[in-house]
Design a protein around this ligand. Structure first.
Ligand code: ADE
Length: 241
């Protein structure tokens, strides 16, 4: 059964489409999903659009179409002060930083009814992705970090918000989709991991940096996803089973 590889924006998926073999469309209305092979692994590739609702909707559609595991990839704003543009984050877990039901006694980020504040990535996918990220980072002379991904329907461009995301959630990076993918995967019991490269550090320069560095960062994430799939193939074969 295939592994789904999801990105929010076309530039985040372009590099994977270009290396995929035997591409064919798959019916997953309203999303444009293609099936193919990357690094010998059967994959479903699809772009969800920006934000948590889009990410959740696509994840649901892909898991309903038979995807067995999910890799979410693309760019992010760096939150951990050690991170610079071009660095790589592999998710340990993912939290929705914009969920706020504190008025009813819940901790910041907690979705009422959910057992966990943050949904943990699959240990094996995490190990493969981190090994791939470490290799790519060494070649590029950048840093690879394993850490928490904080997702929200906000483009963060404020140093005070960055400091709060680091202090309150221990976030490594901020983006707009990963925790929604994680929440849907948790419902299905489907393994997931998030791979993000830093396009900006979510501060006053974030808008300019995001526009300047998204393609570079997205390509770096693509290299990490390929390395992850290579390791999946080496350990479990073409269908990732
Ligand atoms: N994706 C890339 N940079 C981001 C930022 N600063 N905030 C949210 N999502 C992002």
């Amino acid at each position: 059964m295939p592994i789904a590889v999801i990105a929010a924006m076309p530039e985040e998926l372009a590099g994977l489409r270009s290396v995929a073999e035997r591409l064919e469309p798959v019916a997953a209305h309203p999303f444009a999903v293609v099936r193919g092979r990357i690094e010998g692994v059967d994959v479903l590739l699809a772009e969800c659009g920006i934000g948590k609702v889009n990410a959740a909707a696509l994840t649901q559609a892909l898991l309903g179409s038979g995807a067995q595991r999910v890799i979410m990839t693309g760019v992010a704003g760096g939150v951990d002060p050690r991170l610079a543009v071009g660095d790589i984050v592999v998710s340990v877990d993912a939290v929705q930083h914009d969920v706020d039901v504190r008025a009813l006694g819940y901790e910041a980020g907690r979705v009422p009814g959910e057992a966990l504040l943050a949904w943990p990535a699959d240990p094996l996918l995490h190990a493969f992705a981190l090994a791939a990220a470490t290799e790519v980072a060494a070649e590029a002379g950048v840093r690879a970090l394993s850490g928490r991904v904080a997702s929200g329907d906000q483009f963060v461009a404020d140093p005070e918000r960055v400091a709060a995301l680091f202090a309150e959630f221990g976030a490594a990076c901020a983006e707009m989709e990963g925790a929604a993918v994680a929440q849907v995967c948790a419902r299905w019991g489907a393994p997931f991991v998030i791979v993000r490269s830093v396009s900006d550090t979510a501060d006053h320069a974030a808008e300019v940096d995001f526009r300047a560095f998204t393609v570079l960062a997205a390509d770096r994430s693509v290299a990490v996803v390929r390395g992850t799939l290579r390791r999946v193939h080496a350990s479990v074969g073409a269908d990732g089973a």
